[in-house]
Design a protein around this ligand. Structure first.
Ligand code: XMP
Length: 513
């Protein structure tokens, strides 16, 4: 792999993704990992990421200078650029000038392998206080900015290069091109990481792990479990049984989509558990969000366990459970720093230990966009592959107040209208997701037809986001909002008002509960 050394900023995952978009496999490692452990991974190249520290600050993360004697190509970005310069005998100064945001990069190295044929001036994204003041011996300086005399350098003989700016962010023009040039032209790597090759590798691994034993998978309707199950099915066929728990908190058409479209596309054996009454009974009278989430999680596990037990009986034992764990989860939990639980997320991961399944996690090395590519490669329908995120507890956490049958019906109708209109307007990819929320305990006065009404508000919460960690509210055209509002108040009984949530995250979370 190409190792991306994480110096503690949010950029490492983005860099790793960009490298993979260049069809080369990459992995993230913490900067605290020993050089021996890094080299044990036989890196094809090492990329030193950006980070929040100053290379001179006490306790600033360091890179073992022996890395540069290991014969491995190295690319330094931002902090990594400075760490590289320092380790190789160059000098980094605190200039007192800070560059943040867009800056003009003046490209001077016409023979540069990294920057050749770029325009003389390129807009790039900077974020630094310190600057490299003196390049290490043997390096050619190839670019500068107004405030940074050394903004890019390279040493082709040793296959080293670096840039002060962030080529991985979309605001840096030609960023991906520069990254590719490092990988292909400086490091000499061959692109070979494609959906096709990932699939072949994963199928071999799964066959080796499962052999001729039995495996089950919980489907949520979401893209991760759908793709994970499809890969496992491709590998071991009918040794896999899928379980879909219909908790009654699904959106319109979701159950049918899984039962019909997904099964048609994959040929997977599917058991649907009809647990609507069980969930509604358990949720009766409950309004507190965390309590709802816990109950839904608990009932989900219960239903899944029961289904698993009867499948195990029929199949003569089940040894494996498929999970759609993604690479960011692995990186983030491997980071070790316990992040606060803001909301208790529920998925099949909450299964108790005494179920005694070994886990099969075919997506453990993949980013979300790669999962979608694989899904397409596996022939899954676009409605499943391109699906926006939807929380496990479903509409249960989008009814503010007690969850009842009637309220679920109402919210399902409103939600279907919103989805239909956003899709028709071609906004499905521009919008990350759009929760539709029913304020079931709020009423306001309205006038509909000839009469006074006293109905509930529906909240629209369209957001744009890269990863759901942060989000902004989507600027949806007014005309479209008007259309949605008219349709909801006209078509959904007991709703007489539609409001728009204009809060970013933070401070608001995406969901209301
Ligand atoms: P918040 O509300 O925390 O949501 O800003 C971030 C993202 O996570 C989704 N979400 C969940 N997904 N189980 C899930 O699988 C959950 O319990 C859950 N809660 C929130 C939410 O839709 C958004 O995409």
């Amino acid at each position: 792999p190409v190792l991306v050394v994480d110096f503690g900023a949010q950029y490492a995952q983005l860099i790793a993704r960009r490298i993979r978009e260049a069809n080369i496999y990459s992995e993230i490692v913490p900067s605290t990992m020993s050089l021996a452990a890094m080299l044990a991974k036989e890196p094809a190249a090492v990329v030193l990421s950006g980070g929040p520290s100053s290379v001179y600050a006490e306790g600033a993360p360091q890179i073992d200078a022996a890395l540069f004697d290991a014969g491995v190509p190295v690319f330094g970005i931002c902090y990594g650029f400075q760490a590289m310069a320092t380790a190789l005998g160059g000098r980094v100064d605190q200039t007192g000038r800070r560059e943040y945001g867009g800056t003009t990069l003046n490209v001077t190295g016409k023979d540069s392998r990294l920057l050749r044929d770029l325009p003389d001036q390129v807009n790039v994204w900077m974020s630094h206080g310190d600057s490299v003041a003196e390049a290490p011996a043997g390096f050619t300086v190839t670019a500068h900015t107004v405030d940074t005399p050394i903004a890019a350098f390279e040493n082709l003989e040793r296959r080293f290069a670096g840039v002060q700016y962030h080529p991985e962010v979309v605001h840096s023009e030609h960023g991906q091109e520069v990254l590719k040039r490092f990988l292909y032209d400086v490091a000499g790597l061959e692109p070979g990481w494609t959906a096709d090759s990932i699939l072949t590798d994963q199928i071999d691994l799964i066959r080796a792990q499962i052999g001729d034993r039995k495996v089950i998978c919980g489907l949520s309707g979401g893209v991760d479990s759908a793709v994970a199950a499809a890969i496992v099915h491709k590998a071991v066929g009918d040794q896999l049984t899928c379980v879909f728990v219909d908790h009654g908190l699904l959106r319109a058409g979701e159950r049918e989509q899984v039962q019909r479209d997904y099964v048609a596309a994959t040929g997977i054996k599917l058991v649907t558990v009809d647990a609507q009454e069980q969930f509604l009974t358990a949720l009766a009278g409950v309004t507190e969000p965390e309590a709802k989430r816990k109950i839904i999680g608990r009932e989900f596990i219960r239903s899944f366990e029961n289904a698993a037990a009867s499948i195990a009986q029929e199949e003569g034992g089940v040894d494996f459970l498929v999970q759609g764990t993604l690479y960011p989860d692995v990186v983030e939990s491997g980071g070790g720093t316990g992040t606060a639980t803001i909301k208790s997320h529920h998925n099949v991961g909450g299964l108790p230990d005494d179920l005694k399944f070994a886990l099969v996690e075919p997506l453990r090395a993949l980013f979300k966009d790669e999962v979608r590519l694989l899904g397409a490669e596996l022939g899954l329908p676009p409605e499943i592959v391109g699906r926006q995120p939807f929380p496990g507890p479903g509409l249960g956490i989008r009814i503010i107040g007690e969850v009842t049958h009637a309220r679920l019906e109402l919210l399902r109708t409103a939600d279907a209208i919103v989805r239909e209109e956003l899709t028709a307007a071609g906004l499905d990819t521009a919008i990350w997701q759009c929760p539709v929320v029913l304020l079931a305990e709020v009423r306001s006065v309205g006038v509909q037809g000839d009469g006074r009404t006293y109905g509930h508000p529906i909240v629209l919460r369209p957001v744009s986001s890269e990863d759901a960690m942060t989000a902004d509210w989507s600027r949806i055209p007014y005309d479209l909002l008007a259309k949605i509002s008219n349709r909801i108040t006209g078509e959904v009984a007991d709703v007489n008002r539609v409001v728009l949530d204009i809060t970013s995250k933070p401070p608001g979370t995406i969901e209301w509960e």
